[in-house]
Ligand binder design. Structure first.
Ligand code: ATP
Ligand code: MG
Length: 655
């Protein structure tokens, strides 16, 4: 065991929250489940054999020689094998006779819709691939994609994959600087964008941001622009090209080359909640095998009958793996929605579920808490009986949000799968299986078959049932990141230096008395109050369990007496109003009763909004800046930077 740095307060993590509600898998789902309980043992008995079998879900041009080549911490999966990701996602389904099957029911925010079949998608991808080649893109070149949530975004990604040009999708809500620094870091040659997209009822501009970002970046040779809103755009002759000119006149056939299993598929930058964003590199064969398997296993996907909807942005890894590569590799029918959940009204998501008969829905806890805030009468107006599995991703789901989701969206019948994973893991790692695992509100439960995640203490010892520590992964997995783009040292340092030979994701976790895993949020977010470790997640969940609270964010602020003091920001449920002094006391007492007096926040502030990333993660480091009266750190990855002004305005003393 290597020397690990002793960060005070990280030796143990608290284990305060008690949650005893249990939801067994529904009998009919269990009887017909894709994955049975024995999958865990089968996979454990022959892990590489198990993943080989999953790779067999894909169409390979040439089979692999070795399942895994592991030179820690660098892994190569399915070496010697060749395949094309776009062919796996599109062509092979058309060839198998499913060309008329719907790949996407697309819903624009203003209410316009498009239905894209697999055959149409194949034609569009081939045309875009031909256009990229014409623009001089060659295998290995990086292509930036800065788009709204429209079908062309998927087409652009698959066209890149098809010709072997790694894509680098930047969330359309990011600033010029965020886009520019990612273009620099990945050295992208072409940017694919749109004039704009619809958000919150009006067209937002994208092309203008690209213009500003590429102005001083001559490395970008072309900007390919989809017309989505029809708004006016500036035009640079020679550099800018309309999609409808360059793509739509191309041939719908394109002979796809099979790429090496380890050929780079994409770079995706992390959210930057804890540090400067890292360019996470994913490759082709292993990534596709694991996203395909997890999409099928964790959601119990029945490709013939299910309508699957990940309500997330493609500019987040969840969109890559579970709007694009997972569902398409499985030949599924998905819903794709362009806009926000409250445009033009707060029932928009449920209207979409009802309209398309969505059977599986996957979203972030932040969205669920927003729906809680709006109240249960909103979903009650829609027929949600088509739903059979619900998923959550992005943050620990508070037990209260879980049960609200299950009851008000899932009709008290659907399992909720709380899926833990990261940009770096590429695909789901720890999650219940809906036909096998009992549901416990707030718990991600067990590593999926084939994954060896564990909870260890600061000496890398596996903790006993009832213990707390850090989540780690023991063995390489197919969809794991292959590194940080251009920075192998940072890769080793960030993920492989804390515990020798173990992958360290940076999250705290606990194992309950049954041996099931609960995620406790970032290790960086753990607070040390009077010598006790308290996780922000647990205090937040305690606050959210109060009937008047919809959403809470907690941070530790330096305190002369206690070392760190707990400062909480809360959003109240719709019907409650402003709050006031009485409510603050009520909430402090409520936390005291739920978790113990030590966890009582020093300060509770009622706010209208919280600072969030594109995936809805709360940026606690910014709240810490507010709580400690400091000027704000990097805000470039906030979805809406005006939120910080609104919060500051509400808080006398805060800048
Ligand atoms: P950065 O690393 O730059 O701070 P990020 O970690 O926010 O960015 P992502 O890769 O999107 O970017 O997020 C992964 C993180 O999200 C995990 O490490 C974990 O903290 C959290 N997370 C995701 N799913 C869950 C879940 N089901 N339960 C608890 N935490 C989750
Ligand atoms: Mg991270």
């Amino acid at each position: 065991m290597a020397e690990t740095p002793q960060e005070p307060g990280h030796e143990t993590l608290s284990n305060l929250l008690q949650e005893s509600r249990r939801f067994p898998p529904p009998a009919d789902l269990a009887a017909d489940a894709n994955v049975r309980a024995d999958a865990y043992e089968t996979a454990a008995a022959d892990r590489l054999g198990f993943w080989e079998e999953q790779a067999g879900r894909l169409q390979w041009e040439r089979p692999w020689d070795n399942v895994l080549e592991w030179e820690p911490p660098f892994a190569k999966w399915f070496t010697g094998g060749t395949l094309n990701a776009a062919v796996n996602c599109v062509d092979r389904h058309v060839e198998a006779g499913s060309g008329d099957k719907v790949a996407y029911h697309w819903e624009g925010e203003p209410g316009d819709t498009r239905t894209i079949t697999y055959a149409q998608l194949k034609d569009m991808v081939c045309q875009a691939a031909n256009a990229l080649l014409e623009l001089g893109v060659t295998k290995g070149d990086r292509v930036a994609i800065y788009m709204p949530m429209i079908p062309e975004t998927v087409v652009a990604m698959l066209a890149c994959a098809r010709i072997g040009a790694p894509h680098m999708v930047v969330f359309g809500g990011f600033s010029v600087d965020a886009l520019g620094s990612r273009i620099d870091d990945s050295d992208a040659k072409v940017v694919i964008t749109a004039d704009g997209g619809y958000r919150r009822g009006k067209p937002s501009a994208l092309k203008a941001s690209v213009d500003a970002a590429v102005q001083d970046r001559p490395g970008v040779r072309h900007v390919l622009v989809v017309r989505r809103t029809g708004q006016d755009v500036e035009w640079t002759e020679g550099r800018d090209v309309w999609w409808h000119d360059a793509v739509e006149r191309q041939s719908t056939s394109h002979e796809a080359e099979a790429h090496d299993a380890e050929h780079p598929l994409y770079i995706m930058y992390t959210s930057g909640t804890t540090a400067k964003p890292k360019g996470i590199l994913h490759t082709t064969g292993g990534y596709l095998a694991q996203v395909s398997y997890t999409h099928w296993a964790v959601f119990d996907l029945k490709p013939e009958t299910d309508v699957f909807w990940t309500a997330a942005d493609i500019g987040w890894v969840t969109g890559h793996s579970y709007i694009v590569y997972g569902p398409l590799s499985n030949g599924a029918t998905s819903v794709m929605y362009e806009g926000t959940p409250d445009t033009p009204h707060k029932g928009r998501f449920w209207e979409i579920v009802q309209k398309y008969g969505v059977t599986i829905a996957y979203m972030a806890p932040t969205a669920i808490r927003t729906f809680m805030k709006w109240g249960e009468d909103v979903p009650a107006q829609y027929d949600l009986s088509s739903l059979r599995v619900l998923g959550s991703v992005g943050e620990p789901i508070n037990p209260e949000a879980y049960t609200w989701y299950r009851k008000n969206i899932g009709g008290d019948r659907t399992p909720v799968v709380d899926t833990w994973w990261q940009t770096e893991t590429g695909a789901i790692m720890v999650s219940p299986l809906p036909g096998v695992t009992e549901g416990k509100p707030g718990a991600a439960m067990r590593p999926i078959p084939g994954i060896t995640a564990d909870v260890v203490d600061d000496q890398a010892r596996s903790v006993p049932d009832g213990g707390g520590g850090f989540i780690v992964v023991r063995d390489p997995w197919p969809a794991m990141l292959r590194g940080i783009w251009g920075d192998p040292e940072r890769y080793k340092e960030t993920y492989w230096s804390r515990f020798e030979g173990l992958y360290f994701p940076g999250d705290g976790a606990k194992r309950d008395a049954d041996g099931d895993i609960w995620l406790l949020g970032r290790v960086d977010d753990v607070m040390l109050v009077s010598g006790h470790n308290i996780s922000t997640t647990e205090v937040e969940s305690a606050l959210v369990s109060h009937p008047k609270v919809a959403e809470a964010a907690v941070t530790g602020a330096t305190d002369p007496v206690t070392g760190q003091a707990i400062v909480a920001f809360v959003i109240l449920r719709g019907e409650v109003g402003e709050g006031g002094e009485g409510l603050v006391k009520e909430l402090r007492d409520h936390v005291g009763t739920s978790l113990g007096p030590i966890a009582k926040p020093r300060q509770i502030m009622v706010v209208p909004e919280l600072p969030k990333t594109r995936s809805g993660k709360i940026m606690r480091r910014l709240l810490r800046d507010v709580a400690e009266n400091r000027s704000l750190g990097d805000v470039s990855t906030l979805t809406d930077s005006s939120v910080m002004d609104i919060i500051a305005e509400k808080l006398p003393g805060a800048k």
